[in-house]
Design a protein around this ligand. Sequence first.
Ligand SMILES: Nc1ncnc2c1ncn2[C@@H]1O[C@H](COP(=O)(O)OP(=O)(O)OP(=O)(O)O)[C@@H](O)[C@H]1O
Ligand SMILES: [Mg+2]
Length: 405
Amino acid sequence: MLADSSIFANREVLSPHYTPQKLLYREREINNIEKALAPSLKGNRGRNLFVYGKTGTGKTSCLKYVIEEVKGIPNTRARISYVNCRIYNSRFRVLNKIIGDHIPTYARRGYGAVDLYEKLTTWIEEDNKILVVVLDEVDLVKDLDDLIYTLTRINSDIKAGGVTIIGISNKVSFKEELDPRSLSTLYETELVFAPYYATEIYAILKDRVGAGFKKDVVDDDAIHYIAAAAAKEGGDARFSLKVLTRAGEIAEERGHQRVTVKEAEDALKISENEIVYDVIATLPEHQKIVLYAVAMLTQSGGSYKKLTDGVDTYLFSGEVYHRYKSISEGIHKDAKSERWYRKYLSELEMQGLIVSYESGKGIRGHTKLIKLLYPTKKMCDVLEKEIFGGGEEKTPAPEDAKAEV
Ligand SMILES: Nc1ncnc2c1ncn2[C@@H]1O[C@H](COP(=O)(O)OP(=O)(O)OP(=O)(O)O)[C@@H](O)[C@H]1O
Ligand SMILES: [Mg+2]
């Protein structure tokens, strides 16, 4: 079937799991990662590095690129472990993964954390190795303070060799949740990945169009359109590739020979929704309920007070809290305090689902005004399914079945 496609030449290079050989506009970042790794390659413990940037800004790709480069260097005492913390999300799992990478005969024998720790320490000391641990999506490690503590303790427990940590995250609020000690350990040096500009995304897409699509089937205007939209979405290259692929699929389904702006527009609409649903599905339950309260109030208005400036509807924070409490009661959940509620609001805002303003003086003293950023009806439907269950039960994929990214 794929051979028959008149649109795609190679779908593989468009897949989200594909690591491109050539990373555009990231020389500075790649250089900085190399610099951070240089001491380790020479056999000294380097400074830890923390890499931060919004989703789809190339953090994982750049790290993997440098790791591949390092693998080709002969006679180095550096050993690298790339750990995807979405899968290895606890201290024990991370340690097990590192051992599995380097001492496979010892892994999977049911040892406890202490055994793993000791094995790892001995292995490093053996011939003064420098272990570089890359923790991707590090914010997802449940007992992160313990993990950071354990990894750094190795350095004081051994006489030779060392451990260097590279952490990667796209969560801004993550810093605040860390123990001050872990924070100063992780943030010895920091590297920030800026969102891509439309022109940069255009070049990234153009490059991928050349490899993934048949010759001359994608209109240049369509690429420009997607690049501009993705830049507006937060400079997310992954999103732009998703829209591009979807546009190709739409053209194919319609039996068209070309991908035009029309297909790009339709693909954008579909992809935007999908992204919102993905985000909503991964929200903690109480945040879902708060968001549902916002969506319901926006939809009904009813006896609730809202402010309308002719275009947008803003809700009072207090009323949203009130509704959140009554929805929680309705499903027999204990509503959290207002302090938690305010935290939920800022998380939802960070995810780009709502926006809030301080009302300033005049409107009821000083209150927060909240606005939903996505279509109300859709949002209500999706959240209803999420909160009250939408027929079939979602069973999470077993941990081991997930492919390692
Ligand atoms: N500079 C680039 N050149 C070419 N392709 C890129 C570039 N940056 C990102 N991409 C593409 O975008 C996709 C997303 O990038 P990547 O996974 O590295 O983002 P990320 O910053 O790790 O995002 P997240 O925070 O969501 O994990 C990659 O699979 C890659 O195909
Ligand atoms: Mg990543």
